[in-house]
Design a protein around this ligand. Structure first.
Ligand code: FAD
Length: 479
């Protein structure tokens, strides 16, 4: 392997290698043949390859740009998808958005949530969780934001050649000094590190698991296939008329969860900006192959989505009338049907925020790396990332599982549990949200004032002064 240091111009020519004729999928490190870089990384050589231009991938790209770290995002779609879903943003990520100068633009597309109502199929309210206390206590309300609009803001801030569309990554080769990927169209990219932000059916994760399994490093629990036994159908309406749909143009929106009576379907309704409503229904719907562990398609075709709409169109909605009214007000391309893991709730507001916090943590660690980098420095950074992020991620998965269990279970004890969970005294509710507060920031940007009456320090005394325990442990190991 050549030991010479690579210049910036070499870097760019090396990133758009001509397609090779090699077609086998490989995870075996035969690195020197594919990665002609030095095993020592200079700052200009350090390059991050991100697979997936979803919220996680774009956010990481944006953070790396702030840090002056070279990166490229490979996305299989040819362009950003039409708006279909929403995400929830809270104080945990909005402080960082403010620090990164994104807050004003986000606020233009965001709708604050006043409460979450749990309803029976006949629309009677079982319970209501107030969300307004978050502003004083944590600094921000919780907001619903259309996912595509959020992604668009991030894309608009990045150089256009940072995101390569139409690149389906399927072949990954690891080595001591970095990684090389090959896309279905033959495009090849290489970099110091690879970050898989390619969603639930991640090709990066599958490659990694195959490789770890080969070396007997893969934990047993990770060998099990995910159980995508449920479906969700999701739609984002056109702007609705507030006289027909009371509340849609109010400053604050109410989210509603409607439990089916002797019905396997749960309906979720979230108002969003532009007088639109994001609706979704979860449950076992039509698809026979959903439990097949080899079924790797996460989205179904239009026809399947339309057939599913016929199954659920008579569900009552909180505005009066039925879901058929909302379906009628939703463009066909804004409806999608997907597979979901039965034990989790896609809509519990955790996924996007966890992905954003992952991006912030990883960027802080990469920024701390000092030239010349060695392979073990990078390994150390990923270990610190795991140490910092794993507890929060585990807690998010656990709480999503609890929400799924509370909402999806049937019978009198489930009814009782739901009644209790959605009628908690405010102080108990606040105490449980306190535990989720993290509010990470980019360490290398000027800090911002924490807007919350209660700072993160008061919840997490074990963290260091910035709440970045692992970043400090990385630097102490290095020095
Ligand atoms: C139906 C649904 C509803 C949700 N609702 C909410 C919500 O209300 N609130 C909330 O906070 N979160 C919600 N989430 C979760 C949230 O959207 C995600 O967790 C969040 O977007 C972070 O995902 P990600 O960026 O890691 O992956 P994704 O958003 O899934 O993006 C992955 C990207 O990778 C691309 N890709 C996949 N494979 C490849 C490949 N081999 N090569 C190249 N590119 C590839 C995909 O095209 C996609 O663009 C929801 C998720 C779903 C599925």
């Amino acid at each position: 392997m050549p030991k010479s240091k690579r210049s910036q111009s070499n870097a760019s020519s090396a990133t758009s290698t001509e397609p090779t004729t090699e077609s086998s999928i490989s995870t075996t490190p035969s690195f020197s043949s594919v990665y002609p870089y030095s095993s020592l990384f200079d700052k200009p050589q350090f390059r991050v390859l991100i697979v997936g231009a979803g919220i996680g991938g774009l956010m990481l790209g944006y953070c790396l740009e702030q840090a002056g770290i070279d990166f490229v995002v490979l996305e299989r779609m040819n362009q950003l998808q039409v708006p279909k879903t929403t995400i929830q943003l809270t104080s945990n990520t909005l402080h960082a958005m403010e620090q990164m100068g994104l807050l004003d633009e986000i606020m233009e597309i965001a709708k604050p949530i006043s409460c979450v109502n749990l309803r029976k199929h006949n629309m009677s309210v079982v319970g209501r969780l107030d969300c307004t206390f978050a502003k004083d206590r944590y600094g921000f309300y919780s907001y619903i934001v259309q996912r595509t609009e959020f992604c668009q803001i991030l894309i608009s801030k990045m150089r256009h050649d940072r995101i390569l569309w139409g690149r389906y990554v399927h072949d990954i080769v690891n080595g001591d000094a970095g990684v090389q990927v090959r896309c279905a169209n033959g495009h090849v990219e290489q970099a110091s590190v690879l970050v898989g932000a390619d969603g639930a059916h991640s090709a990066v994760r599958q490659n990694l698991y195959r490789s770890l399994k080969g070396k007997a490093y893969l934990p047993k629990s990770d060998m099990e296939a995910l159980k995508f036994t449920q479906n969700a159908i999701i739609g984002l309406t056109n702007p609705l008329n507030p006289t027909q749909y009371p509340g849609v143009s109010d400053e604050f929106g109410e989210c509603n969860i409607v439990i089916g009576k002797e019905s396997p379907y749960t309906l979720w309704i979230s108002p969003t900006s532009g007088d639109k409503v994001n609706w979704s229904v979860t449950g076992p719907m039509l698809t026979s192959s959903a439990s097949d562990e080899n079924f790797m398609v996460s989205q179904f075709g239009q026809e399947e989505a339309e057939r599913t709409c016929l199954l659920i169109k008579d569900l009552k909605i909180p505005f009066g009338g039925t879901l058929a009214d909302l379906i009628k007000n939703t463009s066909r391309e804004c409806i999608t049907k997907i597979l979901v893991e039965e034990k989790f709730v896609s809509f519990s507001g955790q996924g996007a925020e966890q992905a954003i916090m992952d991006a912030i943590c990883l960027t802080n660690l990469f920024h701390k790396l000092e030239s010349p980098y060695t392979h073990s420095d990078i390994q150390l950074a990923f270990e610190a990332y795991q140490e910092e992020r794993l507890p929060a991620t585990k807690a998010a998965v656990q709480s999503s599982g609890q929400v799924a269990n509370t909402i999806n279970s049937q019978g009198w004890s489930a009814d009782l549990k739901r009644r209790l969970a959605f009628n908690l005294p405010n102080w108990i509710q606040a105490a449980s949200v306190d535990k989720t507060q993290a509010r990470p920031l980019l360490n290398f940007l000027p800090p911002i004032r924490d807007r919350g009456a209660r700072s993160v320090k008061s919840f997490k005394l074990s963290n260091d002064e910035n709440g970045h325990r692992s970043t400090r442990s990385l630097s102490s190991v290095k020095s």
